[in-house]
Ligand binder design. Sequence first.
Ligand SMILES: Nc1ncnc2c1ncn2[C@@H]1O[C@H](COP(=O)(O)OP(=O)(O)OP(=O)(O)O)[C@@H](O)[C@H]1O
Ligand SMILES: [Mg+2]
Length: 272
Amino acid sequence: MARLTVVAEERDGAGGGEANLRADGVTHVFETAGGPLMAVTDVSFTVEEGTFVGLVGPSGCGKSSLLQMMAGLLNPTEGRIVMGEEEIREPRPAEIGVVFQESSLLPWKSARENVEFPLYLRGVERSVREKKALEMLDLVGLGEFAERRPHELSGGMKQRVAIARGFCQDPSVLLMDEPFAALDEQTRMTLGDELLQIWERHKKTVVFVTHSLTEAVYLCDKVLVMSARPGRILKEIDIALPRPRTYDLMATETFGRLRAEIWELIRGGDRP
Ligand SMILES: Nc1ncnc2c1ncn2[C@@H]1O[C@H](COP(=O)(O)OP(=O)(O)OP(=O)(O)O)[C@@H](O)[C@H]1O
Ligand SMILES: [Mg+2]
């Protein structure tokens, strides 16, 4: 616990500044063998610093494409992604971290080596990055598994390693693309809670793609609902539920209403 406080204080001391992440009229067209394919069109939204924002929508509507543009891994065909005052045109691993699905772990490296890898790429000294990686593995309950390779870990444990790696970078923004998709419901609920606890202490900005509407309502401050491809933002839904979130919230009328509203938007989507 004490450790967590220290990490949070370190971050506060770093003096955050304006790190709102914004999409301004973003369109992306992929050039494919079958011709141009418009993945998203005229998408605009703001993710306020320190908030937890969900991105939901039908399969193929451009959620991953949008996340990749926010990560600087893909550039908009039109419009811009802006963080603070600066346009994002290339990856910025120190400021913007990405957590994909489990396959993104390096299989030949231990859990600890995977977690410290972004720091290694940044040239952080070995003892410092090892200490930080072990702290983060402790945080996600994997302190004892630090030297195990991914194939020796369960699916849920691998996801914890990926999350620890995301946090180890200590980015101000963490982009998560269906990080729990491959997991059973019980594990994803547990990991969701762990993620919220870490987030509440570190107050990072999180953008979280999910197909689970329950997960979206449970975790987020705001949910961006997208239409079918070419993806547009149909609506931004504020999730005005108290924090810390607890499971009994799911049984409340407000929770059910929010979830139903998102479902109606996705289902009925474009229809008048
Ligand atoms: N590299 C690419 N080249 C060509 N087309 C692509 C590429 N990446 C994605 N697409 C297309 O762009 C559209 C949006 O894909 P994207 O992966 O962003 O959707 P998604 O909302 O993340 O879907 P899912 O929920 O299934 O993960 C799809 O039609 C997809 O086929
Ligand atoms: Mg996707």
